[in-house]
Design a protein around this ligand. Structure first.
Ligand SMILES: NC(=O)c1ccc[n+]([C@@H]2O[C@H](COP(=O)([O-])OP(=O)(O)OC[C@H]3O[C@@H](n4cnc5c(N)ncnc54)[C@H](O)[C@@H]3O)[C@@H](O)[C@H]2O)c1
Length: 336
C-alpha cells in the first residue's frame, strides 16, 4: 500500500514508519518538527534500507496538505498532534487549533483527494475517570483535560464523516501507555524538556540525567500502593497499526479499538524492571499524590484480538531492555 504518515518523525510515527517499510509498504510522511527531529527519519531509512520521503509540513497549512493528498494515497496514518497534558491545561486554544483544526484540515484534504481510509492515534484518555477495569471500548467517554478533549473531538469528527459518507473506513486506535524502542536501539522516545511520562523519566535517571524518580503516592488501593498503568511496547503498538491497515475494509465506518496488553504494572514494578534492564539501582523517593492521577487503568484488549487479529507480544522486561538500549546509546536523545 501507498501510506502517508503524519507526525512521522515523532516517537510512535517513526516506529510505525519503520514497521510499514519492513512489511513492504511504500511510505512517505510529514511533520512540522515542533516536537521531533528529522534525524529519526534518517535512522528509519537506514534501519529499513529503503527510501522514506519526508516533507516538513504543518497540519494547519491547508493548501499544502491538499496538494500532498492529491498525489494519491491508499491510507493515512495520523499521529501528528501535541500531547502534553500539563501544557494543554495552560494553552487549551493552542491544543484545539493544532490538534482539532489540524485534523479537520487533514480530513477535508483526504476527502477532496478521494482518500477515505484513516488510522487515527486516539488514547485511553478518552475514557476520562475510569469506572471499572479492564476498560473496554463501550466505557463512557469524557474529557479529563484539554488534551483529552481534542482526542474526543477528533474521534467525533471521524464518526461524523463516516456517518455522512459510507465510503470512509476509520480505525480510532486508543493507545494505553506506549514505552520501549525499536530493538536496534537506534530510534526511541526523545522528549523535549522534562518528560511527562514515567518511563523516559526513569530511563533518564538511570543514565544520570536526573538524580531520582519521584513516585507520586504509595497509598492507592493497588497491591503495592502505587498507580497501575497498561504499558505497551511501541513496536507492538506499531504492529497494531499494520494489523488495522490489513483489516480496515472490515470496519463499519469509524470504529474505536483499544491497543493495550490487558495487564497493569505499578510504578514500583516499572522502576524495578528498569533497574534490572540497566543493571543498576534507579533511585526514587515517594512524593505526595498528584491531582488528577487515577489509581489504576488497564485495557480490555479482546476487540483488537477479534477484529485486528493482533495482540501485544512483548512484556515489561522487553519494554525496559529495549528502552534502555536506546537511552544508553543516546543519553541525550537524537542530539547525542
Ligand atoms: N506517547 C503517548 O503516550 C501517547 C498515548 C496515546 C496517544 N498518543 C498520540 O499518539 C500520537 C503520536 O504521539 P507521540 O508519542 O509519537 O508524540 P510525538 O510528539 O513524538 O509525535 C507527534 C508528532 O507530531 C508533530 N506535530 C505536532 N503538531 C503538528 C502539526 N500541526 N503539523 C505537523 N506535525 C505536527 C510533532 O512535531 C511530533 O513529531 C499523538 O497524536 C498522541 O496524542 C500518544
Amino acid at each position: 500500500m501507498k501510506v502517508l504518515v503524519t507526525g512521522v518523525s515523532g516517537y510512535i510515527g517513526s516506529h510505525a514508519a519503520l514497521e510499514l517499510l519492513r512489511a513492504g509498504h511504500e511510505v512517505a510522511g510529514f511533520d512540522n518538527l515542533s516536537n521531533s527531529s528529522e534525524e529519526s527519519v534518517r535512522r528509519v531509512r537506514e534501519l529499513a534500507g529503503k527510501p522514506l520521503r519526508f516533507e516538513r509540513l504543518d497540519l494547519l497549512d491547508a493548501p499544502a496538505l491538499t496538494r500532498l493528498l492529491r498525489e494519491g494515497w491508499d491510507v493515512v496514518l495520523h499521529f501528528a498532534g501535541l500531547k502534553a497534558v500539563g501544557e494543554s491545561v495552560e494553552k487549551p486554544e493552542l491544543y484545539r487549533v493544532n490538534n482539532v483544526s489540524g485534523s479537520e484540515n487533514l480530513l477535508a484534504a483526504m476527502d477532496a483527494a478521494g482518500c477515505r481510509r484513516l488510522v487515527f492515534s486516539s488514547s485511553c484518555t478518552v475514557y476520562g475517570e475510569v469506572k471499572k477495569n479492564p476498560v473496554d471500548e463501550s466505557h463512557p467517554r469524557a474529557a479529563a483535560n484539554p488534551y483529552g478533549r481534542t482526542k474526543l473531538d477528533i474521534e467525533d469528527l471521524c464518526f461524523a464523516r463516516a456517518a455522512k459518507d459510507p465510503a470512509w473506513r476509520v480505525a480510532l486506535l486508543r493507545y494505553f501507555n506506549p514505552v520501549g524502542a525499536d530493538a536496534s536501539g537506534r530510534i526511541g522516545e526523545d522528549p523535549r524538556g522534562a518528560p511527562n511520562n514515567l518511563m523516559p523519566f526513569v530511563m533518564q535517571t538511570a543514565v544520570g540525567r536526573r538524580d531520582k524518580v519521584r513516585v507520586f503516592g504509595n497509598d492507592y488501593p493497588t497491591p503495592d500502593g502505587t498507580c497501575l498503568r497498561d504499558y505497551i511496547h511501541v513496536t507492538d503498538l506499531a504492529l497494531g497499526h499494520l494489523a488495522a491497515l490489513d483489516r480496515l475494509d472490515s470496519f463499519a465506518g469509524a470504529q474505536a479499538v483499544n491497543l493495550g496488553t490487558g495487564h497493569g504494572s505499578s510504578v514500583l514494578e516499572v522502576i524495578r524492571a528498569a533497574s534490572r534492564a540497566a543493571g543498576r539501582d534507579i533511585p526514587f523517593e515517594i512524593a505526595p499524590r498528584r491531582a488528577g492521577d487515577a489509581a489504576a487503568i488497564w485495557a480490555e484488549p479482546a476487540l483488537a484480538r477479534a477484529k485486528l487479529g493482533w495482540r501485544a507480544a512483548r512484556g515489561l522486561d522487553a519494554m525496559c531492555a529495549d528502552h534502555w538500549r536506546w537511552q544508553k546509546a543516546n543519553p541525550s536523545g537524537y542530539a547525542s
